[in-house]
Design a protein around this ligand. Structure first.
Ligand SMILES: Cc1cc2nc3c(=O)[nH]c(=O)nc-3n(C[C@H](O)[C@H](O)[C@H](O)COP(=O)(O)OP(=O)(O)OC[C@H]3O[C@@H](n4cnc5c(N)ncnc54)[C@H](O)[C@@H]3O)c2cc1C
Length: 390
């Protein structure tokens, strides 16, 4: 049996490993010319930890993780207004909260792919797909510059929130994308001063309708992410100018960061993908393509790993195309509740993540700072861990 996986993000790479280990031949087709060094910091915990431990991916991820000591909100002078001790969350989750840079997480998944017999695996970057078709029980994938299509028994759409596989076989994006009223941008800068200033600390601006987060990486770099309110469909100017104007007045370090913003950074709507079904014939969607939960849930990477593991479990033993339908139904069944819970958590967070006024900021400060009161730290941390990891 042969699977063709579109997209070499976390979902596609882990699915390739699971199917390869189960004895499938796997072809992974990625649009980017090479693994991207760009990204943002991601928390990884709860169901993602369980799934990664079960499939043997956890040691690879743990090796790539950063040691975050604290998360702080700061005013425009950089003075902390509220802070959280990261180790409390980690302790309550049995020491198993990983914080990873997205490219490091993908590099860890590529490293884990080495367990697959090389003759079974073909991972290609810089691929331009120009045709996706189902013919009988097979899938045909046309590639620009290649005369013959690639033919497989299963097509896995792991091509992210704006999935082309989904658009081709399940209908237009407008029918499944649920914007949450904000956008997020992210980029990494090489700046020893910002790096020193934010080393091992995750610092967020305590600001109405927008927040800029900065984290000092291991080398001389700093990772950022910027979230701001934006009505979906409202006009968008050039990203860099827009970010500079929206985040003006958030403080000297944010100004310094935005001076170094690339012309075309990652900048996209914060949204979820909600679908009734994730498979049709020999085509299946996983990760953000099937069910993006949004960065507000803090679990998209975890859900991608869970989905890839569930697909491997359900489909790994299939030896005949006739067995695919019930196997894909089992994959969906294994993921539905997890996705519903994570998406509900993302929608709840959408109401509180960007306070709309000073009162909202004040309430958030009280909640975050209450973690320093004896007993409250464990209570609040436990509530957060329970809510996010359910
Ligand atoms: C700012 C920000 C912060 C986040 N924080 C967290 C967090 O703390 N914790 C967490 O768990 N999640 C977080 N997420 C979400 C997480 O990044 C995603 O849910 C996760 O990366 C989804 O993985 P994926 O493999 O499904 O999709 P993606 O990572 O989007 O990968 C899709 C891949 O497919 C490729 N592709 C796309 N189209 C094509 C095509 N036509 N042909 C070939 N290849 C194609 C892309 O280049 C990409 O490599 C965050 C997201 C953002 C934006």
């Amino acid at each position: 049996m042969k699977a063709i996986i579109i997209g070499a993000g976390i979902a596609g790479l882990v699915a390739a490993r699971q199917l390869g280990l189960a004895g499938w031949n796997v072809l992974v087709l990625e649009r980017s010319a090479a693994p991207s060094p760009d990204g943002y910091m991601m928390d990884f915990f709860g169901p993602g930890i369980e799934a990664s431990e079960r499939i043997g991916l956890y040691p690879y991820l743990a090796q790539a993780a950063h040691r975050v000591q604290a998360a702080q909100y700061v005013d425009r002078r950089g003075k902390p207004t509220a802070s959280l001790d990261y180790s409390k969350f980690s302790d309550l989750a049995g020491g198993k909260v990983l914080t990873l840079l997205r490219p490091d997480m993908e590099a860890a998944a590529r490293e884990a792919l080495k367990e697959v017999d090389a003759s079974r695996l073909d991972l290609r970057y810089g691929v331009d797909i120009d045709r996706l078709e189902v013919r009988g029980q097979q899938v045909h994938v046309g590639i620009k510059g290649q005369s013959q299509p690639e033919v497989g028994d299963l097509l896995v759409g792991a091509d992210g929130i704006h999935s082309a596989v989904r658009a081709r076989f399940f209908g237009p994006e407008s029918e499944v994308l649920r914007p949450l009223g904000m956008r997020a941008a992210a980029f990494i800068v090489r700046d020893p001063e910002l790096n020193r200033h934010y080393k091992n600390r995750f610092v967020l601006t305590d600001t109405v309708d927008r927040t800029a987060g900065i984290y000092g990486l291991r080398s001389d770099e700093a990772a950022s992410f910027l979230v701001y309110r934006h009505e979906h469909g409202a006009p968008l100017g050039p990203a860099r100018d827009r970010l500079r104007s929206i985040f003006a007045g958030c403080g000297a370090q944010v100004d310094r960061l935005l001076m170094q913003c690339p012309e075309d950074p990652y900048d996209d709507a914060v949204a979820q993908v909600v679908m009734d079904s994730w498979h049709v014939g020999p085509v299946v969607l996983i990760g953000d393509a099937a069910a993006a939960v949004s960065l507000l849930a803090g679990q998209g990477g975890a859900m991608a790993v869970c989905a890839a593991a569930a697909l491997g479990d359900a489909v790994g033993g299939v030896t005949d195309p006739g067995q695919l339908k019930p196997a894909l139904a089992r994959y969906e069944q294994a993921m539905r509740t997890k996705i519903a819970t994570a998406q509900a958590s993302g929608r709840r967070a959408a109401n509180s993540f960007l306070p709309r006024n000073q009162l909202g900021l004040w309430i958030r400060r009280i909640i975050v700072n209450s973690t320093h009161l004896p007993g409250m730290d464990r209570l609040v941390a436990r509530q957060i861990v329970k809510r996010l990891a359910k």
